[in-house]
Design a protein around this ligand. Structure first.
Ligand code: NAD
Length: 297
């Protein structure tokens, strides 16, 4: 039986609509609109496309935004100085530095130089640490978006075995923390986190009630690797060559969609699954930053 589609585009637009309303309420109280500052280095087309989507979403929901484009040869010190300016700017609520960074820069050092109270990506160790101990924090947008999909489609995680393939700091690891928490209204799952050193991946994936794939490896998960009825969340976004497309490429996830959707009960498409949720959650975090809801100063 073909899997039901988890329509991230639809859920994201509902969330953006809610944020738009909340932004309107906020400005109607006499506050200035929230402001998101993006910083992008170099000319990587994918990075510019992601930042462009974030800026368009800001405009749609009434969040002011700006993109600072910097050379990919910028020194660590110069970049830190630029970030410090926005840290200190009272009119800037959220700051994001689009990843990946050029190889001469350390992502963690750059992330740590962002004021954690403006870290709307939720990557700063202060936010990651507070997530781990269940304290209010800016939640990393992609995992938070995955949780919203579960909520919208009433997919229960309590007591389920969730297998996450990929353990990066921005997707797999925070998602594992969110899903395995015993307290609160999300999670309560038993989580297995797999990575590139995991032996016999299928041994784990076949046992999943819910499978989240965030490895960046097109076609990594195929039908025979999963059990019948599993919920599949495909976070992967991979550009692969496609001579039939105008752009010369198409986007695919980490699942072999055809064989996986024949066995799964639910599946996110790529594109149109998790991607739009990430942007919607960024809007939500930027509004929270403007309202100082997480960190009242
Ligand atoms: P990453 O490269 O930082 O981490 C990849 C993780 O997958 C690592 O833990 C690695 O060990 C694991 N991995 C790689 N190959 C594997 C294999 N063969 N078997 C098991 N584990 C394997 O990547 P990332 O930044 O977490 O991104 C992962 C994917 O998710 C990419 O395709 C990226 O484009 C996508 N992504 C999507 C969104 C979104 O909004 N939908 C957001 C962030 C990342």
């Amino acid at each position: 039986m073909a899997a039901n589609i988890i329509d991230g585009k639809k859920v994201a637009s509902i969330i953006r609509e809610q944020v738009k309303q909340d932004v309107r309420d906020w400005t109607n109280l006499g506050n200035r609109p929230p402001k998101l500052q993006a910083i992008v280095l170099g000319n990587d087309p994918a990075s510019h496309s992601y930042v462009g989507a974030k800026m368009r979403a800001c405009e749609e929901v009434g969040i002011a935004s700006d993109t600072l484009k910097l050379s990919d040869t910028i020194s660590a010190q110069q970049l830190e100085d630029e970030i410090r300016y926005f840290n200190e700017d009272e009119n800037t609520d959220g700051i994001l530095v689009q990843l990946p960074l050029p190889s001469h820069l350390q992502a963690l050092t750059v992330i740590e130089s962002i004021d954690y109270r403006k870290d709307v990506d939720g990557f700063h160790p202060m936010n990651v640490g507070r997530l781990a101990i269940g304290q209010p924090n800016f939640k990393s947008c992609t995992p938070a978006g995955v949780l919203e999909l579960f909520k919208y489609y009433s997919i229960q995680t309590k007591g389920k075995h969730v297998v996450i393939v990929g353990g990066s700091n921005i997707v797999g690891s925070p998602l594992a923390v969110m899903l395995s928490r015993e307290k609160g209204d999300t999670g309560k799952a038993t989580v297995t986190k797999c990575h590139k050193f995991t032996k016999d991946l299928t041994k784990h994936t076949i046992d999943a009630d819910i499978l989240v794939i965030a490895a960046g490896s097109p076609g990594l998960i195929t039908g025979p690797m999963i059990k019948e009825g599993v919920v599949v969340i495909d976070v992967g976004i991979n550009r692969i060559a496609d001579p039939n497309s105008e752009k010369g490429y198409k986007l695919v996830g980490d699942a072999d969609f055809k064989s996986v959707s024949e066995r799964a009960s639910w599946i996110t498409p790529v594109p149109g699954g998790v991607g739009p949720m990430t942007v919607a959650m960024l809007m939500k975090n930027t509004l929270l930053a403007a309202k100082k809801s997480i960190y009242p100063r």
